[in-house]
Structures are given as C-alpha cells and as structure tokens.
Design a protein around this ligand. Structure first.
Ligand SMILES: N[C@@H](CCC(=O)N[C@@H](CS)C(=O)NCC(=O)O)C(=O)O
Length: 207
C-alpha cells in the first residue's frame, strides 16, 4: 500500500488527514503544496484535484480529495471499530460533527484566521472580525454543550470525527480574542492534547 498526500501542513484540512494517518499508523509521503508553496494550479495538480485545493491523496492508485471524505475512506479501510464505528447509526453520532465543521464552523474560523493571523494589523476589518467572532463563539458554545454529556464528539470514545472540529480548536484557543468560558470544550481540547499526532500536527501556532 502506498499513500501520497499533497498539502501544506499549516492547512487545517491537511492537518486532519495527517493526524488521521498517524493515528492509524499509516506510512505516507507528503508534498508541500498550496499557500506560499504554490503548485496547486498546475495542469498536473488540477488533473488530480480540479478544485486546485489541498489536501489531495493518492492511495493504491486512486486519487481522493475533500478532507472529510479522505477521513471516511481511511476509517473504513484501516480504522473499523477502533477509530471508526462500523455501525452506521453509531457512526452517524460522530459523522454529523464532521459535516458540521465543514458546513457551519469552518467559515467564521476561516475569517478569523485570515483577519487575525494573515492580515497585517493596520489592514484588518474590525466589523468583520466582530461578526465572525460572534458566530464562531455561538458554534463553539453549541459543541461545548454537547461535550457536557459526551467525552468525545461521537460518544465516549475518540473517533476520526473528533479531528474535524479538533483541527480548529487549537486555533480557537490561540486567537487573540475574548472568549467566554467553555469548560467542556476546554476539557476536550485537553484530552486531544494527550495524543502525539495532535501535538505534532495540530496544536501549534496558526500561520
Ligand atoms: N472542503 C475542502 C476544502 C479544501 C480547502 O479549502 N483547502 C484550502 C486550505 S485549508 C486550500 O487549498 N487553499 C488554497 C491553498 O492552500 O493554496 C476540504 O475539506 O478538503
């Protein structure tokens, strides 16, 4: 089995794939693509991923893109009943948080990253930051309430689904903003911090 991953390591969507591969003990080769590295608009790259985005992986000759689809594939192949429940109903308890991350939490967190980290201070837009902060806070509070009853997003056990909001939580606690206390979210973050792949790929200063 050969796995190749294309994507710069400071992308949250790449982070979750690297985190998953390490948790599952998979060997892979990674190429830095996207952002300052470029390389994602070449004809060769677009033939693999027509979106020109990262991550993209090749696994046993098959190209796959969309980070959460990659996680599902790795779970189905290598994580059954360890990091990926095989019962569809049990899995759905976890999976909904994957789609929630991409469809709900992602947008305000991306705005905060671009404004607070990637935009020079004198060019930032305070109204945009305030609005994204309000929205992100509301979403994190919702996950906090869920985590009051559940150690991990899908239930008592850590699953690949934790990696989806998990790839953003380290940024949340590092952004220079005022956050309301969210004790269950913080306790979950601390549980994730016990995991070596999380420390290696995710729990780092955002760039
Ligand atoms: N829904 C896609 C989103 C992929 C995406 O937006 N990737 C960003 C990085 S997080 C990207 O490729 N940006 C362009 C670049 O890095 O040059 C996924 O989850 O894989």
């Amino acid at each position: 089995m050969t796995i190749t991953i294309w994507g710069r390591a400071n992308s949250s969507n790449v982070m979750k794939v690297l985190w998953a591969a390490d948790e599952l003990g998979l060997a892979y080769v990674r190429h830095d693509v996207g952002g300052p590295f470029g390389g994602n608009r070449t004809a060769e790259y677009l033939s693999r991923n027509p979106n020109g985005l990262v991550p993209t992986i090749e696994i046993d000759g098959e190209i796959v893109w969309e980070s959460n689809t990659i996680l599902r594939l790795l779970g189905d192949r290598y994580g059954r009943d360890t990091l990926w429940p095989s019962d569809p109903l049990v899995r759905a308890r976890a999976e909904r948080w994957m789609d929630w991350q991409l469809g709900t939490l992602g947008a305000p967190m991306t705005t905060l990253l671009f404004q607070l980290v990637r935009t020079p201070e004198d060019q930032r837009q305070p109204a945009l930051i305030a609005q994204a902060l309000e929205t992100a806070t509301k979403h994190w509070a919702l996950l906090d309430a869920h985590l009051a009853t559940s150690a991990y997003v899908g239930g008592p056990n850590f699953t690949l689904a934790d990696m989806c909001p998990g790839c953003l939580v380290a940024r949340w606690f590092r952004f220079p903003v005022e956050r309301p206390p969210l004790p269950h979210l913080e306790a979950w973050y601390q549980r994730l911090q016990q995991r070596a792949p999380f420390q290696r790929w995710v729990d780092i200063a955002p760039t």
